[in-house]
Structures are given as structure tokens and as C-alpha cells.
Write a protein that binds this ligand. Structure first.
Ligand code: S3P
Length: 426
């Protein structure tokens, strides 16, 4: 599909985001190994989180879906049945990498597959620790899906993450739930801690400190009623849109503000974005609040070191902000961008150049000079949801209509993105 955005005037309105993708995956998986029926409100409408539900269904778990409300009939940590078919993770790296941790401790073999993009994403990062714990994993060329996991009685480990990755941290902690003893994961850069928070909510005894988390297996999880906050990474598109279009005023409702994700707000403020948290509340251990963003004078900035890990999903849309800021944007230490749903350094650069914007790429980042103009152009999503949405935001500051080909990619995390965007363009 193709969407054509014709830039107009100031943006105005109230935006409701889909349920947070990271939290929805975790609640879906943990509810499936909990004992009893969990009810999850505001579960992400995105295809990725529905891939997770599809996988747990294939493992014999009953899942009732009623719009954004999901009921999962958990059968306990060893209640899953050997799947009769391949488990399809679709486009979702979070599904395949996190559910593998739970599958590694099951008394059966499972095979995980994905779409073309997922079939090119590296799995050694989870194969290493799960093999150390005693499971047997095989993958195409030793690293890509399909991924076959022969479960085992797992040994606990003390594991230091070689890459800053919440998916890998979560995979090892989830495997630790079935292992006999204490499993500890150490990280040198802080990554999102939704797994740790969610495990506590499901009644698991989990200890955490600065840079480490520890679970004790075998664990017992209790069914819960939970509400997922709005997705801050989806909010990022509207935060940047509101900031770059002069005179705009947008309210984003009920956005998840977990400190490991709200770094985005801190960064936006540092670049000059006029964004305010209107109120803060807490549910299920996750802070949330409404945000107000207004058209802003933008300075630009630098993303490197621990900021690169914290902002990894938002960098495509921050590139758009960088191009119209006064000083531009430099990104370093972000080579992980090259192995996301697309090579996001190349896909951002190619689309920016199509719009007449200058960018210099490096192996682990890029530099975009400020004060640039987006020109009318035809760009591609490259089957990557965040690229489709980032360039929809760029089109709001273009000097004419912009066509975004492959716009359906947005539905991986935000199926309502295009209608929401049209609703705020005056
Ligand atoms: C995620 C972690 C990040 C992020 C992804 C979601 C998660 O991936 O990019 O969109 O939910 O844990 P990595 O763990 O590969 O950094």
C-alpha cells in the first residue's frame, strides 16, 4: 500500500497510542506460563504482539481476544504442549528471542520461524546462553531462523550480556524461571526492565540492582489482571511531529513512562522540544502519564554511549528532528540499528537522500546537518514499521506531497497510525 501525505498547517488534537509493544509481549508470554486466567487490558493491537499470542496458542494455551482486551488461560510453567506446527514469530524479534527462553526449559522440541526480515536477524545472542544452560539449539547457518530448540532440564547461569539487549536479558531470565537455582544476568548499559517489573507483578521472587537481575527457579507465576500503558515508542512519532510543525499542540494520552524508556523525554527536552508530563500515575509497577507537546525551537543533539541503547527504537524519527533542528543530529555507538527490522542506518539515509536531505553514515551511526528542507518525494518503508512512520513525520515538514510506499508496515506496532495521523492534520 501507499500513503500520500500532503503537508498542511499546525497539528492539533488528542492522540491515543496502542498498548506498549514490549510490555504486551511480556504479559502475553508470562500469562501463558502463569496458573489461571489472566486478563490483559489495552494489549497492543500491533501484529508483532499478536504473533506472540499465536505462538502461545500453538503451545496449547487458550487465548480469548476481544479488541484490546485479551484473556490468557495459563497452565503453569510446565503446562505447555509440544506444538504440532512451527511457531510463527512473523516480523517479531521480541517474540522469537524471548519465547525461546521459555521453550528452552520445556520437555519437547519446537521450531520457530519468521518472515523474510526476521529470517535474517541474528539469533546467536540467545543461542549462546541457552546452550550454556543445557538446551540444544540449531539455526540456519548457525545463526538465523528457523530456530529449533530442544528443551532440557536447565542449569542456572550467571551471565553477562555481550550486547546491550533487553530481549537477550529477558530470554535468559525467562529460561531461569524453569532452571533449578539462581540465574543472574548482568548488563553494562541499562536496557528496558519490563520483564523484571512484569515478573514481580506475576508474583515471582526477583531481585534487581544497578546493572543486574536475578530469578530463582523453578518459579510459580500467578494469573493477574493487568493494564498495558500506551507505547512511548509509538508516541515518539507524534512527539517529533508536534515539535517540528510550528504552532502544533498535541496531547498524547496515557503513555508508559518507565524510566528505562522515558529517556526519550529527557533527550527531547535536551534538544529543545516543548514537552510536558501533565500527570503521572502507576499501574502494575509501570508509571504512565499524559503528555503535551507543542511546536518548538529545536537545537539538535548527540546520541552516543548509553543513550544509543536507550533510544535505539526512536532513532529513525529523531533523525527527522535532527534534519530540521539548528545544529543537526549525530548518532554513534548504534551499530545495533543495522540489525533491526531493516538496516536502519541505510534505510534512514536512503529515504532522507530521496527527500533531498544530506546525511553522512558511519558503521555505527550517522551525522545529519541541521537547517535542512524535506522535498516532495517518493520514499519506501523497506517493510519496516518505524521507517514508514518516521517518514510520514518527515512529510509533515515537506515542501509538497510525499508518497510512502509499503505503508502497511506500520501495522506491526501501530495499525491505527495512518488514521491517527490524518486526524491531527488540519
Ligand atoms: C525490545 C528490545 C529492543 C528493541 C525492541 C524491543 C524489547 O531490542 O529494539 O524493539 O521489548 O525487549 P534489543 O533487545 O535487540 O535491543
Amino acid at each position: 500500500m501507499r500513503e500520500i501525505i500532503t503537508p498542511g498547517g499546525a497539528l492539533e488534537g488528542t492522540v491515543r497510542l496502542p498498548g506498549d509493544k514490549s510490555i504486551s509481549h511480556r504479559y502475553g508470554m508470562l500469562a501463558a506460563v502463569a496458573e489461571g486466567v489472566s486478563t490483559i487490558h489495552n494489549y497492543s493491537s500491533g501484529a508483532d504482539c499478536h504473533s506472540t499470542l499465536g505462538c502461545v496458542r500453538s503451545l496449547g494455551i487458550e487465548v480469548e481476544i476481544d479488541g484490546r482486551q485479551v484473556k490468557v488461560h495459563g497452565r503453569g510453567i510446565h503446562g505447555w504442549q509440544a506444538p504440532a506446527t512451527d511457531l510463527d514469530a512473523g516480523n517479531s524479534g521480541s517474540t522469537i528471542r524471548m519465547i525461546s527462553g521459555l521453550l528452552a526449559g520445556q520437555p519437547f522440541t519446537s521450531r520457530l520461524i519468521g518472515d523474510e526480515s526476521l529470517s535474517q536477524r541474528p539469533m546467536q545472542r540467545i543461542m549462546g546462553p541457552l546452550t550454556q544452560m543445557g538446551a540444544t539449539l540449531t539455526a540456519r547457518d548457525g545463526k538465523f531462523p528457523p530456530l529449533e530448540i530442544q528443551g532440557a532440564d536447565l542449569q542456572p547461569i550467571d551471565y553477562t550480556l555481550p550486547v546491550a539487549s533487553a530481549q537477550v536479558k529477558s530470554c535468559v531470565l525467562l529460561a531461569g524461571l524453569t532452571a533449578n537455582g539462581e540465574t543472574t544476568v548482568h548488563e553494562s548499559a541499562t536496557t528496558r526492565d519490563h520483564t523484571e517489573v512484569a515478573l514481580r507483578e506475576f508474583g515471582v521472587d526477583i531481585e534487581t540492582g544497578r546493572g543486574w537481575a536475578r530469578v530463582k527457579g523453578p518459579a510459580r507465576l500467578e494469573a493477574r489482571e493487568l493494564t498495558v500503558p500506551g507505547d512511548i515508542s509509538s508516541a515518539a512519532f507524534f512527539l517529533v511531529a508536534g515539535a517540528i510543525v510550528p504552532g502544533s499542540k498535541l496531547v498524547l494520552q496515557d503513555v508508559g513512562l518507565n524510566p528505562t524508556r522515558a529517556t526519550l523525554i529527557e533527550f527531547l527536552v535536551s534538544t529543545g522540544v516543548d514537552v510536558k508530563i501533565l500527570d503521572m500515575r502507576m499501574s502494575n509497577g509501570e508509571p504512565r502519564g499524559d503528555l503535551l507537546v507543542q511546536g518548538s525551537q529545536l537545537k539538535g543533539g548527540l546520541i552516543e554511549k548509553q543513550w544509543a541503547a536507550a533510544l535505539i527504537d526512536e532513532i529513525p524519527v529523531l533523525a527527522i528532528l535532527g534534519a530540521v533542528s539548528s545544529e543537526g543530529l549525530t548518532v554513534r555507538d548504534a551499530s545495533e540499528l543495522r540489525i533491526k527490522e531493516s538496516d536502519r542506518i541505510e534505510t534512514v539515509a536512503t529515504n532522507l537522500r530521496k527527500m533531498g536531505v544530506t546525511i553522512e553514515t558511519t558503521p555505527d551511526g550517522f551525522y545529519i546537518p541541521g537547517g535542512q528542507t524535506f522535498h516532495s518525494a517518493e520514499v519506501e518503508s523497506y517493510h519496516d514499521h518505524r521507517i514508514a512512520m518516521a517518514f510520514a513525520v518527515a512529510s509533515l515538514r515537506a515542501d509538497g506531497p510525499v508518497a510512502i510506499n509499503g505503508s502497511e508496515a506500520a501495522s506491526v506496532s501501530f495499525p491505527e497510525f495512518w488514521s491517527t495521523l490524518r486526524g491531527i492534520i488540519s
